[in-house]
Design a protein around this ligand. Sequence first.
Ligand code: SD4
Length: 284
Amino acid sequence: TKTNPVNKNQSKPVVISTWIHGMEANKTAWERLKVGDNALNAVEAGVRVTESDPKNRSVGIGGNPDAAGEVTLDACIMNHKSECGAVAYLKNIENPISVARKVMEETPHVLLVGQGALSFAIEQGFEKKDLLTEEAKADWIKWKESENQKKPEINHENHDTISMLAIDKEGNLSGACTTSGWAYKLPGRVGDSPIIGSGLFVDNEVGAACATGIGEAVIRISGSSTIVELMRQGKSPQEACKEAVNRILKKHKDHEGLQVGFLAINKKGEVGAYSSYYGFNYAY
Ligand code: SD4
């Protein structure tokens, strides 16, 4: 869209998130925001809803596994003070976003991965769980037996990370991003979603942005921080998202299956979104 109709009556607080599952997640975030809770608590509570939904096949429990049949999760969170935390290649924990928040609040680090992230989560009291549901396992077995087994599955419909941005009553911004990543990815692969600046970026002076889609493409232009910088230079959230998508398209010869989508919000609570494929939607 050229002009975003939701901006006409923009006011604070506001919460936006990627895809249709964002409706349920936003509801929970909104419960917090409307009573004056801060944006950080809102985005964490919001995306936890999607992580804990076993029917969602690309986030948290029930997420699609990697090529070896293991569910490995990536997530990050960032607040209005530019504090951030992230986990990558995390197994057996239903709500990686809350582990990411603990990394931010309880350690001097930003990103913990793999076994270290899991040990940290357990130390922090998170419960170990089997994340591979029967449905996800059955589909993985089908994929393994299929002819295109060798290449990871590219399909713009199977990318549905939840990324969420919020501005609270005080005008402070926060964001969260969480995913099981690219279905049947190579074991060890990490995408954009836990990478601060790629899957998510917040600068409380300017705005915030987040991504969904093929992480490799988002990382190549440092997607979310690029959008925030474009807004700093005066672009609207919508214009900034569009420029980021166009930059990605320019850098790839083959656009087949190249789904990337961005959301952005500025300090006024104006929002924007843009994607390389039709059919991208978000919840406001
Ligand atoms: C990734 N960006 O791991 C994630 C996948 C995704 O919607 O966004 N799915 O590359």
